[in-house]
Design a protein around this ligand. Structure first.
Ligand code: NZQ
Ligand code: ZN
Length: 387
């Protein structure tokens, strides 16, 4: 076993640190007509938007407000219409993963000929032209600030589906950790869990002797555990917040996923829980992951043992015991962030099982996981074990 063949190119410029928003002035052309895209107003309240506006100086700009958590096709299309009508030529997403993902869809949709929902049903593959865009992220979690993916929901049809296209790497992301201090504790916890599971999806598969990716992944997991707890306890401690943010970005920028098998079943099943029950993304992952680890313990045996030993410091020769303990430690970690890890704690009962399976069937998600062997029957057992 060895690394699979791969190509790796991440073109996004990262500008990281305190008081960096002013650098927008160097990164956006002086003649650009900028549409700033924001969520429900958190960036107005915490001062990020006014810093952005100041940095834009004499450039023409307007603000599109109202991208919701789990951004919708419906709202994003309103921004597309505004851009088409008023000829904006640069998009700047200022906010969390939802704002960033919506901006990616919007930039791909502006010049799309035909029914723009097709962009989502084709997973973003049919995007051929985008407007230049950059981000000022305010929530460490998704990695959207340095990757080419996004997730778009459509309320009318109960769909939440990923898009991906190499045109969707932002030109830049300016990450000022102090702009995340205003996050409610719940969102910080969600972010830590999301980033943790991003690493797991690319690491906890089967061993191929990808030494660099494995050690990087274990380093990110350990950082998320250590600095995650610190930043939750002391949200304005710059040191731990900076480490958490950079770990979240590195968790899903393509580096640890290059040349290795990847899972993503927890995410795909989790998306169905979000669209059906409105449970936050990071929480759906915390609910499902321990059950998925247990269900797939034979396929993932080697990596589960490695994870238990290297990340949780478990010892001994009884590998089944190490796996049991590693799963318990994972659940306990999510709980220590204040995240409940059973569906019943979100008022979701056993009728969810059939509903989730039906959604997966409808979305053709019938062969998930690194080996494609998470069939609907296996997904059913994973959701049942998460009740
Ligand atoms: O809407 P506003 O008012 O801005 O408030 C937001 C929102 O209510 C608030 N917030 C953000 N920054 C803040 C803040 N509040 C105070 N201070 C700040 N600095 O936080 C709430 C949640 O924001 P949201 O953007 O929805 O959260 P997150 O960053 O966790 O993004 C979740 C979305 O990203 C997708 C998820 O599926 C979900 O739709 N994902 C995107 C990925 C990607 N692009 O690669 C991968 C992930 O696996 C994930 O699926
Ligand atoms: Zn995620």
């Amino acid at each position: 076993m060895a690394l699979q063949n791969f190509e790796f190119c991440n073109p996004t410029r990262i500008v990281f640190g305190k008081e960096t928003i002013q650098k927008l002035n160097d990164l956006i052309p002086a003649t650009a007509k900028v549409l700033i895209i924001i969520g429900g107003g958190s960036v107005r309240k915490n001062g990020t938007l006014s810093e952005v506006e100041t940095a834009l100086g004499k450039r023409q700009f307007a603000v599109f407000e109202g991208i919701e958590p789990n951004p919708t096709f419906e709202t994003s299309m309103k921004a597309v219409e505004k851009i088409r009508k008023e000829n904006f030529d640069f998009l700047l997403g200022v906010g969390g993963g939802s704002v960033m993902d919506a901006t990616k869809f919007i930039t791909g949709a502006v010049h799309y000929k035909g029914d723009t929902w097709e962009i989502v049903t084709h997973g973003g593959k049919n995007i051929t032209q985008v407007l230049p865009f950059g981000f000022v992220p305010t929530l460490p979690a998704t990695g959207s600030e340095m990757n080419c993916g996004g997730v778009i929901s459509r309320r009318a049809t109960n769909d939440k589906l990923p898009i991906m296209n190499s045109l969707l790497y932002p030109l830049f992301s300016i990450i000022d950790p102090t702009k995340t201090y205003s996050l409610p504790e719940k969102q910080v916890a969600n972010g830590i869990a999301d980033a943790f599971v991003h690493v797991i999806e690319q690491y906890l598969t089967y061993p191929i002797n990808a030494a660099v990716q494995d050690r990087f992944s274990e380093g990110l997991l350990l950082t998320l555990i250590e600095d995650g707890h610190k930043t939750l306890k002391n949200p304005t401690d710059y040191e731990s917040r900076a480490n958490f943010i950079w770990a979240a970005t590195m968790a899903l920028n393509g580096l640890i996923g290059a040349g290795v098998p990847q899972d993503w079943a927890t995410h795909m099943i989790g998306h169905e829980l979000t669209i059906l029950y409105g449970i936050d993304h990071g929480r759906t992952l915390s609910i499902l992951l321990p059950s998925l680890m247990n269900e797939m313990r034979k396929d993932k045996h080697g990596k589960l043992v490695q994870y238990g030993r290297r990340v949780w410091g478990l010892q001994g020769n009884d590998e089944e015991k190490i796996i049991d303990e590693a799963i318990d430690k994972t659940r306990a970690f999510f709980e220590s962030l204040g995240i409940k890890t059973y569906l019943k704690e979100y008022d979701v009962d056993s009728s969810a099982v059939e509903k989730v399976v039906e959604q997966l069937r409808r979305h053709h998600l019938t062969a998930l996981g690194e080996k494609g062997n998470i069939t609907l029957e296996v997904s059913r057992r994973i959701v049942e074990a998460s009740l």
